[in-house]
Design a protein around this ligand. Structure first.
Ligand SMILES: *Cc1c(COP(=O)(O)O)cnc(C)c1O
Length: 464
């Protein structure tokens, strides 16, 4: 190819208008929402970067597939298409549909864990951790040491710590019924796991007779990072890379709201026949019959098509480039972000950017509010509002104060990304005038979803 510009590899057939609002209108909306972006009406948001989960745009092929959906209760054609798509990529023997990823987690852990067990993972996603802990087991994060340095770039920051894994299996292996690796490592910033790390983790697990499971939500994005960053994979297709990743594991959980390119759905896939049988028995209790598992036939069709589209090279090149393009803009302007950018999101380090705001006044929360106030952009705080409250009711500041900008799949174009960058550069210029917030009321658990706050200085941005 002679041309450098990476274009959106699609043209747009249906459009959904987004609504501009004035700063004054957003000020009113923020006050009404108790200074909590979760409580805004989505139609008051111009660019919504709250999450990349279930927010993507489906293709014309997916919509066509939905019209072919077979809604038979048992043995629907759509199930066999879905099963075929999952098997081609994962090679796993039993494919069990669920309504989303956390249902697959609940069924897997419900079938495998007992109180006191330990589940190691590079980093547990929050629903994964909650489902492990619900079984009174311990969700143990074993990230590779380089994950802990936000501004230090390295190609596979999502890796699991192999020495710590082996030591755990050697010393307490009897308590570990399974090991998980999350690709990409979401909580660690959408950072990829290398094939070498996954292969080595697999060797260690199998040496100690433990099954390895992939939390596969962003398997396609992880495949792309392996292709462009790991020696020996540059000539392989993303599908071949994904197939090799799955060849090292005994099962997986998946949220089809991420690299399934669907608005809802998920699955559990396993090789073990007895485990599959136990999981299907649990599935029938709460999700549904094993050939639909809480989904409509048309959802199964959308996922079957979406899983393949997620592995398209042009799509992945555009996807990963959109994220790094935004990251380059921001770091070029001196805005501190987690380096290197991950696959689905940019994380701004608000503790470094806004040193005038103590952690007790939630700098990342305040910054996310200012991005909405000034530019109509919705992001999410990953900091002390989300994690600061301890089980005993006391407060302890989170390790990092991050603002996550998650990019939905195939939804925004380069001019949207340019706009996001422009808003951030503008906010960066007035950063010295940004002030913190305090809690007015908050529930004891998962408070970030419903808490109400207020600006400590009467305004988020004070006069200069
Ligand atoms: C989203 C996600 C889940 C849970 O999936 P849901 O579909 O939201 O239930 C699990 N693990 C990771 C890494 C995720 O990103």
């Amino acid at each position: 190819m002679h041309f450098r510009t990476i274009i959106e590899p699609f043209r747009i057939k249906a459009v959904e208008p987004i609504r501009r609002t004035t700063r004054a209108e957003r000020e009113v909306a923020l006050r009404a929402a108790g200074y909590n972006l979760f409580l805004l009406k989505a139609e008051d948001v111009l660019i919504d970067l709250l999450t990349d989960s279930g927010t993507g745009a489906m293709s014309s092929e997916q919509w066509a597939g939905m019209m072919r959906g077979d809604e038979s209760y048992a043995g629907a054609r759509s199930f066999y298409r879905f099963e075929q798509a999952v098997s081609e990529i994962t090679g796993l023997k039993h494919v069990i549909p669920t309504h989303q990823g956390r249902a697959a987690e609940r069924i897997l852990f419900g079938s495998m864990l007992k109180p006191g067990d330990i589940v190691p993972n590079n980093t547990h996603f929050d629903t994964t951790r909650a489902n492990v802990e619900y079984r009174q087991a311990v969700a143990l994060d074993l990230p590779s040491p380089e994950c802990n340095k936000p501004e230090f770039p390295c190609p596979f920051k999502g890796n699991i710590n192999l020495e710590a894994l082996e030591q755990l299996l050697k010393e307490q292996g009897d308590k570990v019924p399974l090991v998980m690796v999350t690709v990409t490592n979401n909580s660690g910033g959408g950072q990829p796991v290398s094939m070498a790390n996954l292969r080595a983790a697999s060797d260690i697990c199998h040496k100690y007779g433990k099954p390895l499971f992939l939390d596969a939500c962003r398997f396609a994005e992880n495949s792309w990072f392996i292709k462009v960053r790991e020696e020996g994979y540059e000539h392989k297709t993303p599908l071949e890379i994904a197939q090799e990743m799955f060849s090292y594991v005994d099962g997986c959980t998946m949220s089809a709201k991420k690299d399934g390119m669907a608005n809802i759905g998920g699955f559990l896939a396993v090789n073990d026949d007895a485990l599959a049988q136990r999981a299907k028995n649990m599935l029938i209790l709460s999700e549904g019959f094993p050939t639909y598992g809480g989904l409509a036939g048309y959802d199964l069709e959308a996922i079957a098509v979406g899983l393949k589209e997620a592995l398209d090279e042009d799509y992945l090149r555009y996807r990963i480039r959109s994220v790094s393009y935004l990251g380059e803009f921001l770091s070029g302007a001196g805005i501190p972000i987690v380096q290197p950018p991950g696959g689905h999101a940019i994380y701004i380090d608000a503790k470094t950017m806004l040193p005038q705001i103590p952690q007790q006044q939630f700098p990342a929360w305040a910054l996310s509010l200012v991005l909405y106030l000034e530019g109509g952009i919705r992001s999410v705080e990953i900091g002390s509002v989300m994690f600061g409250r301890q089980p005993d009711g006391s407060e302890k500041p989170a390790a990092n104060e991050l603002v996550r900008l998650a990019l939905p799949r195939r939804v925004y174009t380069q001019s949207h990304v340019d706009y996001i960058a422009e808003v951030l550069l503008y906010v960066n210029k007035l950063k010295d005038r940004i002030r913190g917030v305090r809690l007015v009321e908050a529930p004891p658990v998962l408070r970030h979803f419903t808490a109400r706050l207020e600006p400590v200085a009467g305004a988020l941005v004070v006069e200069g």
